[in-house]
Every structure is written in C-alpha cells, then in structure tokens.
Design a protein around this ligand. Structure first.
Ligand SMILES: CC(C)(COP(=O)(O)OP(=O)(O)OC[C@H]1O[C@@H](n2cnc3c(N)ncnc32)[C@H](O)[C@@H]1OP(=O)(O)O)[C@@H](O)C(=O)NCCC(=O)NCCS
Length: 147
C-alpha cells in the first residue's frame, strides 16, 4: 500500500497508519458525541482496518478522518474531526478534499457518511441526502460504548 502525504506550511496530511497517534485519536473520539466511551483497542483495530487520514501540525496530530472501504465499489467516511484550537482555518475542508481526491477512492458506486450538523462541510464535495431513503436499512446501537 502506497502511503501519501500532503503539506501546507506547518500542516500535513498523511495516510501512513504508523503516523496515527492512537492516544490523540482515542482521546478525541472517546469524548465525542458519536463514539463516547469507545475503547482504545477498538479505535486501534478500526485504524488498522481502514484507510485513515491524519492531520498534523508539525508532529502533533490535530485531526483525523477514517474511510471504511473495499477501494473498488464502496466507502464510508467517519470519525472526522479537527481539534478545537485548529478549527475555522480551512483544515477540515483540506482534509475532506484529500479524502475525496485519493486515488483508491475513485469510481466508487456509493460513498456514504452520517453527520449531525456538518452537512455544509460535505455538500461541496458532492454529498447529499440518500436518493432512496426508504431503501436503506441499518442496525444502529446508539451509545453502545458508554458504560
Ligand atoms: C467539522 C469540523 C471537522 C470542521 O473542521 P474545520 O477545520 O473547523 O473546518 P473548515 O475551517 O475547513 O470549514 C468548514 C466548512 O464547513 C462549514 N460547516 C458546515 N457545518 C459545519 C459544522 N457543523 N462544523 C464546522 N463547519 C461546518 C463551515 O461553515 C465551513 O465552510 P465555509 O468556510 O464555507 O464557511 C470541526 O468543526 C470538528 O472537528 N467538529 C467537531 C467534530 C465533528 O462534528 N465532526 C464531524 C462529524 S460528521
């Protein structure tokens, strides 16, 4: 697997799994509204089995996006964040732009995501409401990591 890296001043984005800072990513996700309480080993396994994009300020990880995909037909974008101190500078848009331009994520039949209030972040990249809402089904275990 070819690992990719992009630079913009002191910031960089990398898909190298070895660069992902598990403490930083778990630290954010375990306090997030969507994965509150998630175990470190579950985050580690999800990173191992996904195409991940780390956002770095120097060597410090300040953002993350994870894509669950077969790299041929389907992808699911999740666990997107930029640390609060770094928000509002265009870094989230840069991160999503690199996800969407990744060579292994081209020509997919379906690219999905779930968002509570960040629709405006994803809309410019082509995301919209499901075409046939009534055809989609899911098993959703809300709050399953909270003990
Ligand atoms: C969402 C998030 C990743 C955006 O990162 P960011 O670096 O602040 O984003 P940017 O500076 O690149 O700008 C985001 C753009 O999306 C828009 N946007 C729409 N909904 C948004 C939302 N809920 N939060 C942030 N931006 C939003 C902004 O207005 C901005 O567009 P503009 O520049 O045209 O005004 C960041 O706010 C974050 O980590 N939030 C907490 C975690 C979260 O909610 N993640 C999304 C899960 S789906």
């Amino acid at each position: 697997m070819v690992h990719r890296e992009w630079k913009k001043g002191k910031y960089s984005i990398s898909t190298n799994p070895r660069r992902m800072d598990l403490d930083a990513v778990h630290g954010f996700l375990s306090r997030s509204f969507w994965a509150e309480g998630i175990a470190r080993r579950v985050v580690a396994k999800s990173i191992r089995n996904s195409l991940c994009f780390g956002l770095f300020h120097g060597r410090a990880q300040v953002g993350f996006a994870r894509v669950v995909t077969d790299r041929a037909t389907y992808a699911y974008l999740c666990d997107v964040y930029v640390l609060e101190a770094y928000r509002g500078k265009g870094l989230g848009k840069w991160l999503i732009a690199k996800v969407m331009a990744h060579p292994e994520l081209q020509g997919l039949r379906r690219f999905q995501l779930v968002t509570r209030d960040a629709h405006g972040l994803y809309r410019p990249f082509g995301f919209g409401p499901p075409k046939h809402r009534d055809r989609q089904m899911e098993i959703f275990r809300h709050g399953m990591y909270v003990t």
